[in-house]
Design a protein. Structure first.
Length: 95
C-alpha cells in the first residue's frame, strides 16, 4: 500500500505544526468529515468499516482504499479531497 500526498498551500491547516505544503489524503478526509458534521463511527458504519480504520485516516493520514466510496458516504464529490481550500467543493452533489 502506498501513501498519497498532495502539495497544496493551505494556510493554517494542520494543528500539529506540520507545514501545510504536504497534506495527506487521510487528513483531508478528516477535514471534509468534520465540515459535513459526520462522526467517525457514523462514517465507519456507512462504509462498513471498523471505526479504527477511519481514525487512522485522521491521525496518521493514511489513504482510504476507495475514495469514491468515502465521498459517497460524506455526500460530496471526490474532488472535495483534492480542492486546495477543501471547503470549496463541499456543496452537496447534484441529484
Amino acid at each position: 500500500m502506498f501513501s498519497l500526498e498532495l502539495a497544496f498551500s493551505v494556510k493554517g491547516y494542520h494543528r500539529s505544526g506540520v507545514p501545510p505544503s504536504t497534506i495527506k489524503i487521510g487528513h483531508r478526509v478528516e477535514r471534509v468529515r468534520l465540515a459535513r458534521k459526520v462522526s467517525r463511527p457514523k462514517l465507519a458504519e456507512r462504509l462498513g468499516l471498523d471505526r479504527s480504520t477511519v481514525t487512522k485516516w485522521a491521525t496518521e493520514g493514511t489513504t482510504p482504499r476507495d475514495l469514491n466510496a468515502v465521498a459517497d458516504a460524506l455526500d460530496v464529490e471526490p474532488s472535495a479531497f483534492f480542492d486546495p481550500t477543501v471547503t470549496r467543493a463541499l456543496s452537496r452533489k447534484a441529484a
